[in-house]
Design a protein around this ligand. Sequence first.
Ligand code: GDP
Length: 451
Amino acid sequence: MYDTIVAISTPIGMGAIGAVRVSGGDVDKIIRNCLKKHKYESKKMYYGWMYDEDSPVDEVTWVYHSKPNSYTGEDMLEIFCHGGKLVTYNILKTIIKLGARQALPGEFSKRAVLNGKIDLIKAEAINSLIKAETPFSLDASLKLLKKNRLSETIQELKHEMINIAAEIEVELDYPDEVEIDSLNLKEKISDILKTVDKILKEADNGIIAVEGVKTAIVGKPNSGKSTLLNALLKKDRAIVTEIPGTTRDTIEESLNINGILLKLIDTAGIRPTEDKIEKIGIEKTLNAMEESNLILFILDGTTPYDYEDEMIFSRIKELNNKSVIIVLNKSDSEHFKLSNCPTKLFDQKFDIVTISAKNKEIKSLEDKIYEIYFEKINIEEPTLTNMRQKNSLESSRKYLLNALNSLNMGFSNDVVMIDVRKALEKIYELTGENYTEELLNTIFSNFCVGK
Ligand code: GDP
């Protein structure tokens, strides 16, 4: 039994209604003391006064949810009061006086996971639903929450791995009586891998839909990166200057293009430099390019393509799995020439658009971004939606591949067993069935208080 937690679950401020939630073993005591009710039923709404000892605190309605049929799986109480800053605070204070403590961010959801009410993937879907900034991220989170298909598939994978582990275990325990058909074992692991690969492939789109398209703006100094950033953000965010190399640090901003969320990383430009501060910026640029999903490569349409452009471009070509848009800037200038974008760039698979960042004429770029991402993030079926989930599944895949290799190389089954067990552990980590306190704390710390 955990201790009793309480939180104001509605935003702090004035509103028609405020909600305070309580979960844990002291709920009955709190109802008797504060709501003066000694007989009550689960899932029924009651009306009455809330008291701090004998002083009235507010006129409220409240619902009791008996364990295990509540969000957390524990006894819960939800109190709906007048939505003033002080009213909700006084209710919180009264309940804390009776022995409850203030809940940490996401602690209700954490308890729901610990008590087996929801898996970690669902808990994260609830969090991304609350935090959704675009219809696409809302939709992807809702699908994950509403449809059980993905959770079911992952549970099936888990059971198949458990069966394989059990089969090997039996052979290890009774080597004289049981012999495993290793061909059959290989087939089973290959089948699991196929499903894992499919989920991983779709995960990229789910992550982009929920977390946004990580976008790196790169280009030589003075090509117009900061000006473009400002145009995209439609406000003056980065400092625009005529001195090359002044955008030294990276700045992160998010931006919504017709429902597509971009996480912008503005960078310092790539070029050889002796300047120490600038070097940090350049390293960040390279990291940003590697981390990004989308690279906007800005060319100054008023100056010839030169070795600095070429240096950046050769880096871009080395990277895999990125969308790249070549952005020919300064179309408004009398010195602008289309030929400043060399024909060899047109031969690449990359898209090219012409813009004037200065005049905020960037529709061609916005349209291109929409065109590239609309289909990807218009999620049909539930997918994984964050890097944590993807990393767990990727690790599981790695161990399954090891197991398969060991089988192919004729290693003994106890070697195979080690990797199957590790692959299974990673699945448990994905669903939250095997957790470390640290993992749970990291995940739930970015939830809202009261959820
Ligand atoms: P960065 O070093 O790549 O971030 O470049 P900035 O955004 O600081 O721009 C460098 C210079 O180019 C500034 O003087 C801008 O006003 C100018 N500039 C940027 N975009 C345009 C554009 O679309 N047209 C014209 N004519 N000048 C631009």
